[in-house]
Structures are given as C-alpha cells and as structure tokens.
Design a protein. Structure first.
Length: 190
C-alpha cells in the first residue's frame, strides 16, 4: 500500500471520530488538555481495532485466498457506504450530538463505537498483505490529531462540518476498495 493510500485510509478511518469530537466540542468547549486527552483515547482505540481485525483476517486468509481482493473490496465498500449514509443524515443539534454523559466511560464507549469500522477494514487489510503496524500507527495518530482538533473547533463550526468529513471519508474508503480490486484483477498496474 502506497504512503498516499495509507494517508487517505487514515483520514477516512478518522472521519467518524472527528465527527463525534465536533459534536462533543460543540456542546462543551473543552480546554486543550481535555481535547488532547479525548484525542489520545480515540487514537489508541482506533489504532488497536484494525490490529484486532487484521489478526482475525489472517486466520481466515488461507481459506479465501482466491477471492481475498473481493472480500477486501466488499468490506471497505460496506464501511464506506455506512459512512456515506451517516454523512447524508440530517445534522444533529449540538445537544443531540454530544454524549449524555461526559465521563471517561462515555468517552471510551464513543471511541469504541467510532472504531468498529477500523476492525472491519483491518480484516480486509489482512487479505492484501500490508504492514499493519504502520497502518495502525498512522490511523491512531491521525485520529488523535483530528479528534483533538474536532474537540477544539466543534463549538465554532458545529456538527454539520463533522457530517461532511464522514461523507468524504466514506467516498475515500470505497475508492481505496475499488483500487485494491482493480489492481488484483489486473485492470490497472499495481
């Protein structure tokens, strides 16, 4: 996977965490330290979930080796379609977008909820033989940065901007899946 594809993947995987952070920041103007703490929680969880998915994918990889590129495409397309669906839904008000509880458990639960798609992507990545450690670190770091920024600017830009990020992230994931499929089918040079 090229550095550019890893960057796009990292931004795509971070989009839903960014959207959640914008909503949270819109309701509670956090201090920089609070925003960084939230970014760290989101980043660590977002880095762990593709590793879990990748591990599960390795177990299944030998069983479906002949169609692995189709599986990777299907998983990325499904996650991307869900992100597009969420991005097209009407924007929530700041009160609706913010978690009801602002405690540590609510933060962790939100981070896990926004990182489930990264586990599915990790499964798909196991089928194409990538360096998962670099990708997971990139996803985690990107999520940390975007979540921190999202928390800090959430009140100023509102939840609508987060929806746009999620929509663009979904389109990018479908594009990456299509590129993987096209390369493995020999439709384009890879």
């Amino acid at each position: 996977m090229t550095p550019g594809a890893i960057a796009v993947l990292s931004l795509s995987m971070s989009a839903d965490a960014f959207a959640a952070a914008v909503g949270r920041g819109a309701a509670h103007r956090p201090a920089v330290v609070q925003a960084m703490r939230a970014g760290l929680v989101f980043g660590v969880i977002e880095a762990i979930t593709p590793l879990i998915g990748w591990s599960l994918g390795l177990i299944a990889a030998g069983l479906i080796e002949k169609i692995d590129h189709w599986v990777a495409f299907a998983l990325l397309a499904a996650v991307g379609a869900r992100m597009i669906w969420e991005g097209l839904k009407p924007a929530e008000t700041a009160e609706d977008a913010a978690p009801r509880r602002a405690g540590a458990w609510a933060l962790v639960a939100t981070a896990i909820g926004t990182s489930i798609d990264a586990a599915a992507v990790g499964v798909g990545l196991a089928f194409i033989g990538v360096n998962i450690w670099i990708i997971a670190a990139s996803i985690g770091f990107t999520t940390f940065v975007l979540t921190t920024i999202g928390m800090l600017i959430g009140k100023a830009v509102g939840a609508r901007f987060g929806k746009t990020a999620e929509l663009l992230g979904g389109v990018a994931l479908i594009g990456i899946g299509a590129l993987i499929l096209a390369e493995h089918m020999g439709w384009i040079g890879g």
